[in-house]
Design a protein around this ligand. Structure first.
Ligand code: SAM
Length: 279
């Protein structure tokens, strides 16, 4: 297998940028080499040029695999404590008021990876319903979680995590309460929470406004891999998809500061999130 050349790196970077928004820095040829090298060999090819040629002939077959390998699916339970604190103490209490009035609440997790973020939210909603002795309220929350990576979505749908994955950010109390241990030392989320989340494929660099309006959107640690232009387009579309008073939570480094007229930024105990501006 030949090492990737500058031209091959340029071609693959261009393809990734066009197909899924991922923006590789000029010195990230090693990333393509390490993540796609074995895949190229498994196809019986011996250079990245051959992969580029095959991608042009049969993109439908090979592109999803390339995207799976090139996306970074790093995630964990209750990632970024200040965000979960804001959800628990400020954002979800507002949404519970809607539920108390008989309304449905729509939540969208964009770039959900292997499911931990979406299930963390489902767990938190379940716990808050129990505290309020309103267990039936969980049914008023619709949680959709989406990602471009089919491999990540497969894990998310199974909701089965190994010891390393389960221990990243999940308390022993929650693990005991919500998971069952399997014979092969995996932890499987109980169906009452697992079935609350609906997973689907999405490419955030294509138009997604048809998904409708949401009371809460989480898109955290996803647009960091995109150019500022792509990020800005995605985030402004998301703002336009918020219901009046709906909230958008981003990762700590994914700010929207230049779009101030369409939203207001709320700071809650160290977490900054965005609320739609009512017309
Ligand atoms: C680093 S993970 C973040 C997961 C989770 N949001 C969190 O904060 O823990 C980024 C996810 O974004 C997904 N992603 C990357 N490009 C995407 C695109 N164009 N459309 C949808 N999802 C994408 C990746 O597959 C990956 O699972």
């Amino acid at each position: 297998m030949q090492a990737i050349t500058a031209l091959e790196f340029k071609q693959i970077s261009k393809l990734l940028h066009e197909q899924c928004g991922i923006h590789l820095q000029d010195d990230q040829d090693y990333l393509v080499q390490t993540r796609l090298g074995d895949f190229v060999e498994s196809l019986g090819l011996n250079s990245f040029s051959q992969l580029v040629a095959r991608l042009q002939v049969e993109p439908g077959k090979l592109l999803p695999a390339v995207i799976n390998l090139m996306t970074t699916n790093e995630t964990l339970w209750f990632r970024d404590q200040s965000c979960w604190n804001a959800l628990e103490k400020a954002i979800l209490p507002e949404l519970f008021k809607k539920v108390a009035c008989g309304e449905e609440v729509k939540v969208w997790i964009a770039g959900c990876s292997t499911g931990q973020e979406a299930y963390s939210l489902a767990l938190l909603i379940d716990e808050l319903c129990q505290v309020q002795k309103k267990t039936e309220w969980v049914r008023h929350f619709s949680i959709q979680a989406m990602d471009i990576s089919e491999t990540a979505l497969q894990t998310a749908r199974l909701a089965s995590y190994n010891t390393f994955e389960i221990n990243r950010g999940l308390s022993l109390t929650r693990r005991t309460h919500y998971f069952e241990q399997t014979a092969n030392n995996h932890w499987v989320l109980r169906p009452n929470i697992r079935l609350r989340v609906h997973f689907d494929t999405i490419n955030l660099t294509r138009d997604f406004s048809h998904l409708g309006q949401f009371d809460l959107i989480l898109c955290r640690n996803v647009t960091i891999y995109f150019t500022p232009q792509v990020r800005s387009k995605i985030l402004s579309t998301m703002v336009s998809m918020l219901t009046p008073e709906g909230s958008l939570l981003l990762g700590a480094t994914e700010s929207l500061w230049h779009q101030r007229n369409s939203y207001r930024a709320i700071e809650f105990e160290g977490c900054i999130y965005v609320k739609a501006v009512c017309e």
